[in-house]
Structures are given as structure tokens and as C-alpha cells.
Design a protein around this ligand. Structure first.
Ligand SMILES: [Zn+2]
Length: 306
């Protein structure tokens, strides 16, 4: 062998070793374990979206005018712009990585609002509209609101959830004003007047319910009897998003609540659940359910703005 041939042989041997090294795929976080699953990050990239929020039980992907909510507990559930899709298989958690079925890519792409680039490519422009939102934590100060059967006051739950909704909207660049920041009671007219003065795109009053029947459960949305088309659209968007939490959905109803009637722009009142129901009262005091409800409400508001 000449020196030159020896060099070639060595190069080929090295190349073969390199191929051999790749061997079978191992489970590395962020890398697909097989061709039937991808990580949520890979799913986002393939759809031209980004992972916007990641919590214990859910992941939110956003891009363009689309929002995908993936619940990662109990085998998982998938929602595109508030509408459930599936069944497509299950969600698996391996360490820090969350794997979803590859079949989701084409299934979600078919449900997206506008075409998004399939390969990584350039980042899609973020076109979501920024809004002026007034969040109204129900009751406060001298007015405790409903009193749960364990003695908890509605006013504390409404403030906690309102703060979480406001934080999520602010993080997305929206202008958010709360009618109260602490345990005080602004008059109902003053709450509506604040929204009117700011020409709010949406006024959202947050409450928790109470009923004579201890078994009553679930969330309810209220709009004024003569609610505008915009208000109806907002209520439906929030209802769709809240339905993805799996809580009992009591739908959109009409009632002449003062804060709804006195607001000139779109206005929705949300009853999160029943404090007269022992189970719901306990759940509504947990950070976990408060976060899930707040995430859903914020998602619904953003969907309505777009
Ligand atoms: Zn209330």
C-alpha cells in the first residue's frame, strides 16, 4: 500500500467507526425515543410555534393566532384554540421531557387558523393584538361574598385568581388594571366606571358561587340580558377555554348584575365554582386549581382579542 492508499483506508475505517457509533437511539431529554413520539418542544418547532408556558399539569404552545393547550396528566388531553382534538394517543413524561404522539403534528396542523411553516424555518411573526383588560375581583373589604362551608370567604378566592389571570395577561403584553389590589370594597358603579374610563376591550368580574344544594358544582359565565355581540364572543371564548379544564361547564347565562349592566364595553362575570360544595370549596383554595382556571381564563381572553 502506498502512503496515499493507507490514508484513504484510514479515512474509511474512521468513517465506518463513526457510523457504528450512532447505534440505537437512547432516551435523551429533548430527543425523540422513537418515530411515533416527539417532545413538546419538537412539536412546537414543527408547527412553527413556541412553548409559551409550562406547568406541572399543562403546557401552552403559541404562535400566530393559535393556542394549543396540552394537559399532561391522566394520559393527556389536547386542545387547539379551545377545541379538543383526538384521540391521538397518550402523553408520556420521562424525566424533564414530555413526549406526545407524532400523529399530533398533522392533526394539529389541519386545525390551525392560518398556515404555519412546517420545517423550523424563520420564526412566524407574533401578530396577537394587545388589549386593555379590567379584572374585577368580586367583593372585598366589608363584603366577604359567599362563605364556604369551611368558613373561607369568596373575596379571598376571587382576589387570588384575579391576580393570577392579571399576571398571565401582563406577561403576554396586555394592559391590565384591577378594580382592587387588596382586601377593600370598591362600589359596584366605581368598578364599571373604571372599565368605561379606560375604554377597556373587556371587563371580567371574577366570583365564586353558592347554592342551597350542596351538590351544585362547576363554573358559569354571565353576561347582561342585552349583551353586545362582542360580549357574547368574549363569553364564548372564555367558556371554551375553561371547558378544557374538565370542570363542570354550566354555560353562558344572562343576568342583570350591576357590574355587567353599568359597563358600556364588553363585560363578562365568571363564577369559578361552588363554595357551597365541600369538594369544590377545598379545590378552589388550592394553587393547582387556581392556576388551571387562571390559565384557561387568560387563554380565553387572548383568543377573544385575536
Ligand atoms: Zn360573588
Amino acid at each position: 500500500m502506498t502512503t496515499r492508499n493507507l490514508f484513504f483506508a484510514a479515512t474509511i475505517a474512521l468513517a465506518l467507526t463513526a457510523v457504528g457509533c450512532q447505534g440505537p437511539q437512547t432516551a435523551v431529554p429533548g430527543v425523540a425515543v422513537d418515530d411515533r413520539s416527539v417532545t413538546v418542544q419538537q412539536l412546537a418547532v414543527r408547527l412553527g410555534m413556541r412553548v409559551d408556558e409550562r406547568a406541572d399539569t399543562f403546557v401552552v404552545l403559541r404562535g400566530g393566532k393559535n393556542t394549543i393547550l396540552i394537559f399532561t396528566h391522566d394520559n393527556g388531553r389536547f386542545f387547539v384554540n379551545g377545541k379538543p382534538i383526538g384521540p391521538v394517543g397518550t402523553v408520556r413524561k420521562m424525566g424533564a421531557a414530555i413526549y406526545v404522539p407524532t400523529a399530533l403534528v398533522s392533526q394539529i396542523r389541519a386545525s390551525l387558523r392560518a398556515p404555519t411553516p412546517s420545517p423550523p424555518g424563520p420564526k412566524p411573526p407574533v401578530t396577537s393584538r394587545k388589549g386593555v383588560i379590567v379584572i374585577d375581583p368580586g367583593h372585598g373589604g366589608r363584603d366577604p361574598g359567599a362563605i364556604a362551608i369551611d368558613g373561607t370567604y369568596e373575596k379571598h378566592i376571587t382576589l387570588a385568581v384575579s391576580r393570577k389571570v392579571a399576571a398571565r395577561l401582563k406577561r403576554r403584553g396586555h394592559r391590565v388594571t384591577m378594580t382592587r389590589q387588596d382586601d377593600r370594597y370598591p362600589e359596584l358603579e366605581a368598578r364599571a366606571a373604571l372599565a368605561n374610563r379606560l375604554k377597556a376591550d373587556l371587563f371580567v368580574s371574577i366570583h365564586a358561587d353558592s347554592a342551597a344544594s350542596p351538590s351544585a358544582r362547576g363554573f358559569t359565565l354571565y353576561i347582561a340580558p342585552n349583551a353586545s355581540k362582542r360580549t357574547q364572543k368574549a363569553a364564548r371564548a372564555i367558556e371554551r377555554a375553561m371547558a378544557t379544564t374538565g370542570r363542570n361547564n354550566r354555560g353562558v347565562r344572562r343576568n342583570d348584575y350591576r357590574v355587567l349592566v353599568k359597563t358600556t364595553g364588553p363585560a363578562v362575570l365568571i363564577e369559578l365554582g361552588y363554595l357551597s360544595n365541600a369538594r369544590e370549596a377545598a379545590q378552589l383554595q388550592t394553587d393547582a386549581l387556581q392556576n388551571r382556571l387562571a390559565a384557561a381564563i387568560a387563554t380565553g381572553i387572548i383568543d377573544y382579542l385575536n
